[in-house]
Ligand binder design. Structure first.
Ligand code: SF4
Length: 493
């Protein structure tokens, strides 16, 4: 999972606002980040770690220009070095830079094709470099005579080539030297990509594109909808906007954005993430009352902090006191987002401290956003028991996660997913809880899609139901990709 942002202004340099945007996207990736702007040439700065540690006054001063893109990286494939950081660029044609959020299912095949057929070098293991070279090669070798084509038509041809060759999830923001900004989203719209506008005093308009709306208010941008699935947008340096939808499949955005990844103040695909989480808690509590009418906890505690919202509405619906019984140290990164199982295991106690006065001698119900690997949940249960809970119930706002994600979220192999090889009662026993209850799939979909002027056909839920929207992930492909991911992980240890 990653965060991506692009800003194009007719009036002022964009580096400062890209920096602020990345701060507002930091929750989407803490491994590495980068920024690339241009005036007469490209200027870039990349590094590993937090945004605040990568950029300083000196390197920010170099990032000149009124067009630029930024990226914060959380690797699902590829390495953890600065070489794997985005944006990436190619000199031919024009000079093109790109960054994205997503993951390609047919990455390996495309690398071979790009190397052998297109004679272009892939110099990293990040998917966006493949997309960049497919786009650049297509732009440099147009299918038809360009004499009668506008530059936007040429861009459309190049993006169309990407859509036909690249399978998977990709929300892409790019810049083309001395031309402007190009933006596109895969035909299923799996990963988010919002757009915003800001009016200038001279009547011109600045544009922003980003994974989330989280920086819009701070920077004075207004939400202008989403980049549609299969849509390409080109904005010239003078602010002229061109847009066209090239390919339109079922609109299936990732449901896990609402469950876990997106910041609660985000609006994604016209749906408030915060409100969807409230509805998740509400639906869960209704099920609890149906299934356990005679069991009422004394307090409802969220596993902080993504589950706070669902826990709040769960407690309201049940008429039980909401308690912040687990204090979270805000200066430690999200455990789910840290590479490496051992680090993850160790960091739970370091990060969370149970509040004894809230827990001792009480029947405690813990609400978590999801149970992916199960280690964090197990550790939380153990801590709550150590602090004197008489009963521990655990509910998950997300149904069991049983399948790997090949669209950009770190759920790499079935071997690491607790629900892939355990029944609910086995997970209950593994976690050491008195009752474990999961959200039902239909209740989750209802919670996400109940409100909002959205046009979602059905969200992607491949990690929950094994139905991979791109249609090219069968058992054989899954096993091959799992083997590859295990191999990559073993190299990183
Ligand atoms: Fe999101 Fe799951 Fe689909 Fe991946 S498989 S895109 S995590 S819903």
């Amino acid at each position: 999972m990653c965060g991506v942002v692009g800003i194009i202004s007719t009036q002022k340099p964009v580096a400062g606002e890209l920096y602020e945007s990345l701060i507002h996207l930091q929750h989407r990736g803490q491994d590495a980040a980068g920024m690339m702007t241009y005036n007469k040439r490209f200027h870039e700065k990349k590094g590993t770690g937090y945004i605040r540690d990568i950029f300083d006054e000196q390197n920010m001063a170099r990032l000149q220009g009124k067009v630029g893109i930024g990226h914060t990286r959380y690797p699902t494939v590829g390495g953890f070095s600065v070489e794997e950081a985005q944006p990436v660029m190619t000199h031919v044609p024009h000079g093109i830079a790109m960054a994205h959020n997503g993951n390609l299912v047919n990455y390996n095949d495309l690398v071979n094709e790009v190397n052998e057929q297109d004679h272009r070098l892939i110099n990293s293991s990040v998917d966006i470099e493949v997309i960049l070279h497919i786009f650049a090669h297509a732009l440099d070798h147009p299918k038809t005579d360009i004499k009668n084509l506008s530059f936007f038509d040429q861009i459309c041809q190049a993006v169309d080539t990407v859509f036909h060759r690249a399978s998977g999830a990709y929300s892409v923001i790019g810049t083309i030297m001395n031309k402007g900004m190009v933006v596109f989203r895969d035909p299923h719209g799996i990963r988010p990509l919002v757009k915003g506008v800001r009016q200038n005093n001279d009547g011109t308009t600045d544009h922003i594109f980003a994974s989330e709306t989280t920086m819009f208010y701070a920077l004075g941008f207004e939400l202008d909808g989403n980049v549609a699935p299969g849509e390409v947008i080109y904005i010239e340096e003078n602010g002229t906007v061109h847009s066209r939808t090239l390919k339109n499949e079922q609109f299936t955005p990732c449901i896990f954005e609402y469950v876990y990844f997106a910041r609660p103040d985000s609006i994604q695909n016209e749906i408030s993430v915060y409100r969807s989480r409230l509805r998740m808690g509400q639906n869960l509590a209704k099920r609890w009352k149906e299934q356990y009418p005679d069991i009422t906890p004394d307090i409802v505690i969220p596993a902080p902090s993504t589950a706070n919202t669902a826990a709040l509405s769960f407690a309201n619906e049940l008429g039980v006191r909401f308690s912040e019984g687990l204090y979270k140290n805000p200066f430690i990164g999200r455990t789910f987002i840290m590479p490496g199982q051992e680090i993850r295991k160790k960091s739970v106690r370091y990060k969370l401290v149970p509040q004894e006065f809230e827990i001792r001698d009480k029947k405690v119900l813990i609400v978590d956003d999801s149970i992916v690997r199960g280690n964090t949940s197990k550790e939380i249960v153990r801590m709550v028991r150590e602090f004197g809970a008489t009963k521990v119930f655990f509910v998950s706002a997300c149904p069991p996660v049983k399948f790997p994600c090949f669209y950009g979220v770190d759920m790499p192999t079935r071997g690491e997913l607790t629900a892939a090889h355990r029944s609910v009662s086995e997970i209950e026993e593994y976690m050491g809880v008195d009752i474990l209850m999961y959200q039902k799939i239909d209740d989750l979909v209802e919670a996400v899609t109940r409100k909002g002027e959205h046009n979602i056909d059905r969200p992607c839920m491949a990690c929950l139901n094994g139905q991979y929207i791109t249609g090219d992930v069968d058992e054989h492909t899954m096993e091959r990709m799992e083997r590859q991911r295990n191999h990559e992980r073993s190299k990183q240890k």
